[in-house]
Write a protein that binds this ligand. Structure first.
Ligand code: PGA
Length: 262
C-alpha cells in the first residue's frame, strides 16, 4: 500500500454464541495488553454488559494468569453530580465489580484518581478542571492501550449521546431521557438518575491504540447494525468508531441479529 494513502481498517466483527463467550473474548483482549505492556493503560467501562466481563478478569487474576500490578485504569464516565460513595456511582460499581478483587492500589489521591485507578468523579472540585485534568492524566500515563466500550440502544458510547461532535473531549453532558430511563433500574426511577454526567469525548476515545466494543442481546442489534454499517454520523455516535484503525466488536448472536452474515 502507498504509505501516503490514508487507510482505515474496517471494524473487525467477532460474533460469539453467547454472553459468556463475549466476556471471555473481551477478557482475552485485556489479558494481551496486561501481559505485553510494561505499564498497561486500560480504558474501562460500566453497565450491565461489563458485569459479565469483570468476573472473568477476576477469575483470571485469581488463577494467576493476569496481574494489574503495573496497570493504570481510566473509566469512561461518571454521573454528575454524585458522591463517589453513592452506591450507584461508577466509582462504587468499579470497586464492587473489579477493583476490590484484583491487585490495584486504591488509595484516594484526589477526586478522579484513587491509586492506580481514575474515574471522573467531580467531588468538590471545579468540573472544568476535572475534565481537563482527566485528559492530561491520560496523556501523562502514555495514552490508553485498549479502551473497552459498551453501546447504548441509541448508539451512544460512554455518555456521548446522539448529536455529539466527533471532536468532543472530556466534558459535562446532559443525559438523554432514554438513557436515564435505561438506567432507572439501578436508581429505582428515572427521576432519581442524575441529569448530567462527565464523560470522555469521541476524540478522547478515538485516541486509544485499540478499541474493543462488547454487546449482547437483541436490544443492541439495531445499534450494532448502525454502528457497523450505517453512515458515520452524530445520530449514532458509535459509528464514529469506523474512523479508527483498530476496532473490534465482540457481540453475541442476538446482538448480531440484524447483520447480513454468511
Ligand atoms: P449496558 O449499557 O451495558 O448496561 O447495556 C451500555 C451503555 O449504555 O453504554
Amino acid at each position: 500500500m502507498n504509505n501516503q494513502t490514508p487507510h482505515v481498517e474496517p471494524i473487525r466483527l467477532v460474533v460469539v454464541p453467547d454472553v459468556l463467550s463475549m466476556a471471555a473474548r473481551g477478557a482475552d483482549e485485556i489479558e494481551v495488553v496486561l501481559k505485553d505492556a510494561a505499564q498497561p493503560v486500560l480504558g474501562l467501562a460500566t453497565g450491565g454488559t461489563m458485569e459479565h466481563l469483570y468476573p472473568e478478569l477476576i477469575r483470571r487474576f485469581q488463577a494467576g494468569k493476569i496481574s494489574f500490578r503495573n496497570a493504570t485504569t481510566f473509566n469512561l464516565d461518571e454521573y454528575y453530580p454524585i458522591e463517589a460513595t453513592h452506591p450507584q456511582s461508577y466509582r462504587c460499581f468499579m470497586g464492587e465489580k473489579l477493583f476490590n478483587y484484583v491487585d490495584l492500589t486504591l488509595t484516594p489521591v484526589e477526586g478522579a484518581r484513587w491509586g492506580q485507578t481514575f474515574v471522573p468523579n467531580v467531588g468538590g472540585e471545579h468540573v472544568g478542571a476535572v475534565c481537563l485534568g482527566y485528559e492530561q492524566a491520560i496523556i501523562k500515563a502514555g495514552g490508553i492501550d485498549v479502551q473497552i466500550l459498551g453501546i447504548g440502544k441509541n448508539g451512544h458510547i460512554a455518555f456521548n449521546e446522539p448529536g455529539t461532535s466527533p471532536w468532543s473531549r472530556t466534558r459535562i453532558v446532559k443525559l438523554a431521557e432514554n438513557t436515564r430511563e435505561a438506567n432507572a433500574r439501578y436508581f429505582g426511577s428515572s427521576a432519581d438518575v442524575p441529569e448530567f454526567a462527565v464523560t470522555m469525548g469521541i476524540s478522547t476515545i478515538l485516541e486509544a491504540d485499540k478499541i474493543v466494543l462488547l454487546a449482547s442481546g437483541e436490544g443492541k442489534a439495531a445499534a450494532i447494525k448502525r454502528a457497523l454499517t450505517g453512515p458515520v454520523s452524530a445520530d449514532c455516535p458509535a459509528s464514529y468508531l469506523q474512523l479508527h484503525p483498530n476496532v473490534t466488536f465482540i457481540v453475541d448472536r442476538a446482538a448480531a441479529r440484524d447483520l447480513a452474515l454468511p
